[in-house]
Design a protein around this ligand. Sequence first.
Ligand code: GDP
Length: 466
Amino acid sequence: MNRLGSVIAAVSTPPGKGGIAVIRISGPGAADITDKVFRPKNEKSLLSHAPRTAVYGDIAGEDGIIDDGLAVYFPAPNSYTGEDTVEISCHGGILLTQLVLEAVFAAGALPAEPGEFTKRAYISGKLGLIKAESVIDLIDAESRESVKLASSQSRGALSGKIDDIYNKMKQLLSSIYAYIDFPDEDLTDVPGSELLSRLSDIRNEVDSLASTWKTGRAVKDGISACIAGKPNVGKSSLLNALLGYDRAIVTDIAGTTRDIVSEKVSLGRASLKLSDTAGIHKAEDIVERIGVDRAVEELEKSELILAVFDGSQPLDSADSEFAFHIGAARKNNPSVRVIAVINKSDLPAVFNDSEIKKLIEDAEIIRLSACSGNVTTLAELIDRMFIDGSLDLSNDAIISNARQYAALIRAREDLDSALKSLKSGFTQDIAGLDVEHAMSNISEIDGLSVSEDIVDDIFHRFCVGK
Ligand code: GDP
């Protein structure tokens, strides 16, 4: 059923008791439907008041007046959805809000689907797909840095950059076609070598935008990291220090952590999806053995391994066995990064960094005392490894989801192929087709040529009422 011509309604504030709740009503005739449930105290209809002003009145349900509150009418196109919209603020009781919403449904509105208000805003051209996604990101943000990132994208940092790249491709395409039509004439003010250099600049711009995804992902989704090591080196203490509170049990009894303990933590600008694993060693106990197997699996699944060693004890065969598992995990997943965390730096050190280097090739090494709770140096190191320090999260165009990244990579491949054709010197028409493909991939990012399935998928990630 095409719902676009219909009026939809939902509670836009979170479920639960609160000072106020907001019911949003959107679609052609939203004010007429509101008139059936909302009675301004001055007895005029809502429509006869100035738009976008708060009007005080009574709210009537099936059994008469149930509350008093405010209604604001936003006529199309000057509303969030771009349609006629009314927002009613009533008292924030759970049942009361439900009764107001039921009255609005009884007056003719349909229950809104998840994300339907924002989807309508997208359809009516009020916002592009990047801005719509940044609205979900703002709502879901769990760290200050991800708020900064989402807010900057909602203000247009990325969509502006995408527009700019698209326009450069368009100009290049018209030059390529002019070149094909009039290769030997003065009409082509652009020589072939210049086409090549412009194409190459655009390709590099797409590539450098794609490279911001590493930072965007570390900030928004978090780096999947695991804390691993033999028993009793201080893995749980490190987890607690990173979290800033006691999440895991710390004892000097080996084998206390038998299953994986997972938490999300923001550490400087990056977030970590952190798992504390069972100590890796030859366990006798069957339950512990399962924990050890899971810990070994976790090494492979992670992007970052915090490999913990006890700096106050000589390295032994258990450390070597643990290092062997890290080597195996790296073979299966070469992109995994390793930081060797030499713990218990409050006690005298009994081995130096070179011994760790022999166990784990190319590991970054850091010494700290998890007990002290000070993990600043580790946080700084992770920041350097995963965040591009030249990026300003509050203002720069940064890729912040896999959909945007995948479209950019496809566009880069198209441009690589166009470059190849131009370099070969005789297939400009093929280069033109490649640039057209690249344009289509780029425009997909902000929703200009995107399939309905992708759009539905994006908006279904929203909550009802947004
Ligand atoms: P896990 O088995 O690797 O998770 O290790 P725990 O975090 O449970 O710690 C094992 C023991 O080492 C406990 O007695 C901790 O108090 C102690 N420990 C952990 N971190 C430090 C540290 O930085 N300095 C010192 N001196 N002891 C620590």
